[in-house]
Ligand binder design. Structure first.
Ligand code: SIN
Length: 516
């Protein structure tokens, strides 16, 4: 039996989910939030760099918009980029109102620089603990406001109903009986899929389930070939990769190979501050050339007090490995970081499925084009989250614009096998090797065969049985691979060794739908 009548259901508790929850509560909508781990566990928590907004005296939303469009390599939805840049200062004001303690210098908000930004416009809090500060502040406000939160509860399935609403099937991590909710609307804010890759900056919960569930409910999925790789995560065999924020390069740190040579200037005039895809690929090429497992981030020319004041999280974590960045070069390697694509969405969060709104990393608004500008991701959660709230308050019919090209992905019922940790490792390895920083037709075909075979084994036998986490992972991996195989060019975060140039005919978004 439905247990909640006509309240919005928000799925996910990162910046987008918590912001939407808080704003809904302020507007009297009394939402229910479900989150598959605890309220505070999300990608947001680990975001070091910060949040971009044109609030500096020498900056303007137009410049922020222009940088976003440039980084996006010909595919940015210009309307979405304008909204992002124009509404950014308002959303920062919301965060200040909620109590986020942004760092200041002489009473003015401190602004940092990151790759491909033409101005200092990155706000940060707690130095490099921006995501943590935002997550903790929003969490406190959501709890104080009495928002209904269900932790360790995950969305398993969305069932479209004839009246244009969705039934949400919710499972519990403790294995308790699944139940069904009958919300006024479902807001997916489930984040990305970086954790599916062997090398990743994401927490283990970032497995792209929102995309899989929306796709099964009939949603159009867009831009999945664009997985953004971050150039610098800490490398130590057997140790977890943790991000070494790009802001350190913004402060002047450089990248060197094992011989101490600074190789990035030969790839791009902006060297270490070139767009992220360029830097990640240059490092990848250097690692392939040298056979080394890592390169080195050299911040030793920066004043020690500045490093420790500005990047306390990074310095503290490195100290655990007996490294001091003012003295030691930091071993780094690229990792999967951000899912640019996701559930196709218009500027107000509407997907192609009635009753399903999306925001944050799970949404594909086109705002990032083929390559996201640094520190636009926390921002996107707020800007498009606010637009989702307005859509909930004053619903207007609409849907995302049709992408330039639409294809289907065959995905049928399977044997309903539960799968194993070995399957999960196989997905991670295959994605990293064949659908990683550099791709080609042969590797993509191999990956496609592997994911299709996994799907046949892991998909439930009947449509009433909710798919497992692994079945969802196999589906998301298959969607990324299919999109990457179809796009026979290189653009932004998607690089094909067999099609190394941009192709004019591919200046379009690619949408995928499941065909069973
Ligand atoms: C970073 O701190 O380098 C990551 C920021 C981002 O992904 O936007």
């Amino acid at each position: 039996m439905p247990s909640v009548a006509r309240a919005p259901l928000i799925v996910g508790s990162g910046i987008a989910g918590l912001y939407v929850a808080l704003r809904c509560q302020e507007e009297g909508l009394r939402p229910v939030v479900i989150t598959k781990s605890t309220i505070e566990e999300s990608n947001t928590r680990y975001a070091q760099g910060g949040i971009a907004a044109a609030v500096g005296p020498d900056d303007s939303p137009r410049l922020h918009e222009r940088d976003t469009i440039r980084a996006g390599d010909g595919l940015v939805d210009v309307g979405a980029a304008r909204l992002l840049a124009e509404e950014a200062p308002l959303r920062i004001a919301d965060l200040v109102r909620f109590g986020v303690p942004f760092d200041t210098v002489h009473g003015q908000v401190a602004l940092g620089r990151e790759a491909a930004h033409s101005r200092d416009r990155i706000l940060h809090a707690g130095g490099d603990a921006t995501g943590l500060q935002i997550e903790e502040t929003l969490k406190r406000r959501v709890l104080d406001a009495g928002v209904q939160i269900r932790e360790r509860s995950s969305l398993r399935r969305l069932v479209p109903k004839a009246d244009g609403h969705l039934t949400a099937v919710i499972g519990r991590a403790d294995g308790g009986a699944a139940d069904e909710l009958d919300p006024s609307c479902v807001v997916l804010a489930t984040g990305g899929a970086g954790a599916l890759y062997r090398e990743s900056s994401n927490p283990s919960i970032a497995t792209g389930e929102g995309v899989a569930i929306a796709a099964r409910a009939g949603a159009l999925i867009c831009d999945m070939e664009f997985i953004q790789f971050h150039p610098t995560a800490f490398y130590r065999p057997g140790a977890p990769r943790f991000l070494i924020t790009e802001a350190i390069r913004g402060e002047g740190a450089v990248i060197r190979n094992a011989e101490g040579h600074r190789f990035l200037p030969q790839f791009h005039p902006d060297a270490e501050l070139a767009p992220r895809d360029v830097v990640a690929r240059a490092i990848h090429n250097e690692l392939v050339r040298s056979g080394d497992p890592c390169v080195f981030l050299d911040a030793t020319a920066l004043p020690r007090h500045r490093l420790f004041a500005r990047f306390p999280t990074v310095c503290r974590t490195l100290a655990g490995y007996a490294l001091d960045p003012s003295r030691d070069r930091i071993p780094v390697t690229p990792v999967a970081h951000y899912m640019i694509g996701g559930v196709a969405s218009d500027h107000d969060g509407r997907s192609t499925v009635p009753g399903l709104l999306v925001c944050g990393e799970v949404a594909a608004t086109g705002v990032h084009g083929a390559n996201r500008l640094a520190s636009n991701s926390l921002l996107e959660g707020l800007v498009f989250g606010e637009r989702v709230v307005r859509q909930l308050l004053h619903p207007v019919a609409g849907a995302p614009a049709a992408p330039g090209r639409q294809e289907t992905v065959a995905w049928s019922r399977g044997a309903g096998d539960v799968g194993s940790a070995e399957d999960s490792r196989a997905i991670a390895e295959r994605l990293w090797v064949d659908v990683g920083i550099t791709r080609d037709a042969r590797g993509l075909a191999r990956a496609q065969r592997a994911f299709t075979a996994l799907g046949r084994r892991l998909e439930p036998r009947d449509e009433r049985t909710p798919p497992s986490v692994l079945a969802n992972a196999a589906l998301v991996a298959a969607l990324v691979t299919r999109a990457a195989s179809l796009r026979t060019e290189s653009r932004g975060a998607h690089y094909r060794a067999d099609y190394p140039r941009r192709a004019g005919a591919w200046r379009l978004h690619l949408g995928l739908r499941l065909r069973s």
